[in-house]
Design a protein around this ligand. Sequence first.
Ligand code: DGJ
Length: 742
Amino acid sequence: MGILYHESSKTFHLFNGEISYLMIVLANGQLGQLYFGRRIHDREDFSDLLEIAPRAMAACPTLGDKTFSLEHVKQELPVYGTGDYRSPAVEVQQPNGSRLSDFRYQGYRIEAGKPGLSGLPATYVEKEQEADTLVVELADTVTGLKAELYYTVFAQGSAVARSVRYVNGGREAVYLERAMSLCLDLPDCDYDWVQLSGAWARERHVIARRLAMGIQSVASLRGNSSHQHNPFLALKRPATTEQQGEAIGVSLVYSGNFLMQAEVDAHNCTRVLAGIHPDTFCWKLEPGESFQTPEAVIAYSCQGLNGMSQAFHRLYQKRLARGYWRDRERPILINNWEATFFDFTEEALLQIARKAKECGVEMFVLDDGWFGGRRHEMAGLGDWRANKDVLPHGIAGLAEQIEEMGMKFGLWFEPEMVNIDSDLYRSHPDWLLETPDRARCHGRNQYVLDFSRPEVVDTIYGMMAAILREAKVSYIKWDMNRSITECYSKALPADRQGEVFHRYILGVYELYQRLTEEFPHVLFESCASGGGRFDPGMLYYAPQAWASDNTDAVERMKIQYGSSLCYPISSIGSHVSVTPNHQVNRQTPLHTRANVAYFGTFGYELDLNKLSEEEIEAVKEQISFMKEYRGLLQFGTFYRLKSPFEGNEMCWMVVSEDQRTAIVGWYRILNQVNAHFTRIQLAGLAPDFCYQNSRDGSKHYGDELMGFGLITSDVTAGEIPPNVAHSCDFESRLYVLKAVEG
Ligand code: DGJ
């Protein structure tokens, strides 16, 4: 790993064993982009990679020279309107009304390690040797605005982290109307665009299409990263598969409004932008003030989409997630939400907990409905004190009883919300986000607190911390069940209203930071009506996230498969729930529900008392299986093998670091008769290891399992013999492969 600066050609070369990132100070003093991809040899002068040609209609700054036009130059901090007509990375409104700026190179510095981002989540290092950071200093002389471009290259992995810090070094206030975290100009457009999109209960489906001339984007304007679009995109070569070929992943470490777009220009160059969505953003910078953008992470792979995902998984699991739980196997929990919804008593909860304990569950989580007047959706949010009518011994008393059973206790909060029918609203009606003189929308009958105000964050912190101090709470599920509308803070002046969305998220991060600091052993799981805020920003505080309110195993295959494009398996909250399923009314076998949930944090979302004896035995086996293999399932190297978006079968696997153990999960949606023979080429095994298959005891070398493949045909591939159990719809199997003597 290293960062080189070649003074003679004014070229920067960031590299490690896998990747190179090249930039050049352009003839006009702006910063140009030359290359991002697999590691290449260093040279003193890469300026020939800057393709410049005289073009008709180009806007050129120097009279007599028709070759240099910003429209045709790949840049790191482009501005609209000075020759470049593409979407810019920055836009600054100035006192005279102009939005033109011109950021020229001033100098650079290289720092060992990686500095933190003030108030924002970001990837980090534990030792300076793990990364180097280049800071390129640019400035706009007219306004005095400075831009510091941060690039971190890590010793391990194929990712680069990028952010920008603006400092107003001028004499007058300016307004940042756009401050993207990343601009990556690529020299061609021969890519498929891959996004993770959907809706409530079908989050992060993989959607791919050919990149085409013009702008394509995903975005959120909802105040959260959203169910609809994830702050992630991948550009892959059309021939790239899960295992082979080039792919570039872009991920934004942010939980609020975002924009990620790719613009293909007339000459087949592609500009990728990622950052806070400019449509809802305008930040006033007084002289001397600074603004830090969120961090964007780009990952390069020449080993297919799996290579890209593994780069994100390693970085996000080890150097984005933090704290006590980062590297620890996650407790198997039972959550009462789908078992009871709001309708529970203390005794009913204890009954669920007792049965769970008998089955081997390690933690009981009490979901919504335990506080204030919360017996339904209309009341209670904001009053974070136990409802003694329901819980006569309070949270401390209930937690104590759970602990006495030998389980840990977890608790649900929705800290950012308030119901009109609550003591909090009655005392502070002005703490809502709402626009004066305008109607306001509720979402699920609730309103959003103005987390841009420190006193609001402080008050909620006080209530939550009081419970955590007095009760043995080992886990918090932090929910957020509506998006933001009528965004306006009564505490900010007119010309700072464009800051509210971002200040809101900073307030959320502040509350997370304070709670995780004071209660470092509490495991946080983020949630937003399921997967509405399943993003890297949240991962920094909460190492796991509830993936979706849809707990149906078949639906979950798509949701979890899509999530794995960027997010590690240890972060994917996944539970076994009841059938018929609450969301889609589907009946799926218990083993398939578990086989899907194993590839995540694992737990149960039902009342085990309602299961048959036979089912309880199966649950006990599932739990002991998960206890044995969760280290591998949650922290092993994960490979997607067959996509549920492309056919009737889905397959994925994990491999241990020493490659001696692997678990393959195979799933088939609808049953077939007289079916094709099927096999799956596995990945990540040691070619020379001989693996024994747990299902039938057969032995095969790794090269054979990856070359010929693992046979997955079953009894349906022919006439079904008498006395052979018939397989069914929603069938699935796990294959545990262990290296043995050949
Ligand atoms: C939405 C979550 O995703 C559910 O799991 C549950 O916690 C409900 N909110 C409770 O209101």
